[in-house]
Design a protein around this ligand. Structure first.
Ligand SMILES: NC(=O)c1ccc[n+]([C@@H]2O[C@H](COP(=O)([O-])OP(=O)(O)OC[C@H]3O[C@@H](n4cnc5c(N)ncnc54)[C@H](O)[C@@H]3O)[C@@H](O)[C@H]2O)c1
Length: 442
């Protein structure tokens, strides 16, 4: 006999909202999805998935009957007592999180003793208390609040929902917290039930820690370049240590995406606003900015000036298996290259449409082969699996030059060199010269 699962509302149908909605629908919940984007909701009603995320369209398709889409928040309030909030919290100019969408949702809530907001959006510590104060000031003290931060990764978001490492629930020990715990219980994940502020901090601290790990290995890579060590070997040796672990130890051209850059900056600002100077995070951010630009120095080392050079970028999305271009390293790279006088062509298996909205002056190509033909140098920016299968001898034959900069240490240097190309990785010994020049502008 199947157990009746409670209907829920999800406000915001972006990466987090839609995956959360489809995930709960898969678990048997009726889900009322709300978004202010009329076109998105219309598309979803007709079965069009607005984002590229492996397995998501199948999941939505399979659970169509249980997923309801509307632009009217009243539809969710009518059917559900738990309203998951998954609206965007992008950075403001000051680096603080922009909570205007969260506030819009809070303001739209009516007085109620039967409903709760469940915050999935990443918000500064103290947001929950502020929301509760706002509720109290507007005669809505009965509205409950739960912090339930989201840890999914774009590219494996569906799997991350269904098999989470942990579920974090921050609440005041009331019915709403119990109900959220109950909702997630079929997943059998370790549960951290705590107070609201601690739950909010778990999310920010987790992202800041992962970003720190990336900037750390990138700095090790830069020192490897000076000293002749190979960071891939170094990371392998480090990662086998149980206390360190192998994940997030891949040196490259820096982290991007919609979360790490903004969440690290938001935590730094949060600390600063409270009078604490978070020194370590300043360095994490600075290292990441400089790391994107080191590619320019690598190209200059081999090509000299970049004026009139044809540079091919392979991959544009901030990581493989997503079309998300937010804060992608390719944005900085393509702009820097053009500022240095290079002509840039690019290919990405899925992110071209998003990239066209953000990148100017780039010649978009329909395949990797088209992008590399006639190029003086190729830069592998995103480690899409299809680039592992590049026919390197054909690449070499079709290029005007012979330089391949592997921004993700994705390819085997020996295989690249055997194809007749010059290989430059990140933090790997260069057979073709001494240490890479430090970045010092054009
Ligand atoms: N993308 C990720 O990998 C990820 C992972 C964990 C946490 N988060 C956090 O989750 C939150 C959402 O991120 P996202 O990437 O899904 O954002 P997104 O931009 O993809 O989606 C946000 C959606 O909210 C809608 N929206 C905005 N205001 C609204 C309102 N008042 N009412 C209803 N809908 C509204 C937008 O139209 C959009 O569809 C952010 O706080 C983000 O930091 C994101």
């Amino acid at each position: 006999m199947s157990v009746q699962r409670e209907p829920i509302g999800v406000i915001g149908t972006g990466y987090v909202g839609l995956v959360t909605a489809a995930g709960f629908a898969e678990l048997g919940n009726d889900v009322h999805c709300i978004d202010i984007d009329v076109e998105k909701i219309e598309g979803l009603r007709q079965g069009r998935i607005p984002i590229w995320e492996p397995g998501l369209s199948e999941l939505v398709e399979r659970n169509r009957e249980r997923m309801h889409f509307s632009t009217d928040i009243a539809d969710a309030l009518e059917h559900a007592r738990l309203l998951f909030v998954a609206v965007g919290t992008p950075p403001t100019y000051s680096g603080d999180a922009d909570l205007s969408s969260v506030h819009a949702v809070v303001d739209a809530m009516p007085p109620s003793d039967r409903h709760a907001l469940v915050m999935k959006s990443t918000v500064p510590v103290g947001t929950g208390d502020n929301v509760k104060r706002t509720f109290a000031e507007h005669g809505k003290a009965g509205f409950r609040y739960v912090s339930c931060p989201e840890f999914l990764k774009e590219g494996s978001a569906v799997k991350d929902f269904l098999e989470p490492d942990r579920v974090v629930v921050g609440d005041e020990g009331d019915w709403a917290g119990d109900a959220v715990v109950e909702l997630y219980s079929p997943l059998g994940a370790p549960l951290v039930r705590t107070d609201i502020r601690s739950a909010e901090m778990v999310k920010l601290a987790s992202n800041a820690f992962l970003a720190t790990k990336i900037s750390f290995i990138n700095e090790i890579a830069n020192v490897c370049e000076e000293t002749g060590a190979d960071v891939v070997e170094v990371a392998k040796g480090m990662g086998l240590d149980d206390r360190i672990g192998p994940k997030f130890l891949q040196a490259g051209i820096g982290f991007g995406g919609s979360c790490f850059p903004k969440d690290v900056t938001a935590l730094k600002q949060l600390a600063g606003n409270s009078g604490y100077h978070f020194q370590l995070l300043n360095s994490v951010i600075e290292v990441n900015e400089l790391q994107k630009r080191r590619v320019i120095a690598k190209l200059q080392k081999h090509l000299g000036g970049l004026v009139g050079r044809e540079i091919a970028l392979l991959g544009l999305a901030f990581k493989p298996n997503t079309d998300d271009m937010r804060e992608a390293s390719s944005l900085v790279l393509s702009a820097r290259l053009q500022a240095a006088g290079a002509r840039v062509r690019a290919y990405d298996p899925v992110a071209e449409e998003e990239a066209r909205k953000l990148i100017r002056g780039v010649d978009f190509k329909g395949s990797a082969a088209e992008a590399v033909a006639g190029a003086d140098a190729v830069v592998l920016v995103t480690e899409w699996p299809e680039f592992a299968a590049l026919e390197l001898p054909e690449v070499a034959a079709s290029m005007r030059g012979d330089l391949l900069v592997d921004g993700r240490n994705f390819l085997d240097p020996n295989v690249v060199r055997a194809a007749g190309l010059v290989y430059e990785g990140i933090g790997r010994p260069s057979r073709n010269g001494g240490p890479v020049a430090r970045y010092g502008g054009e």
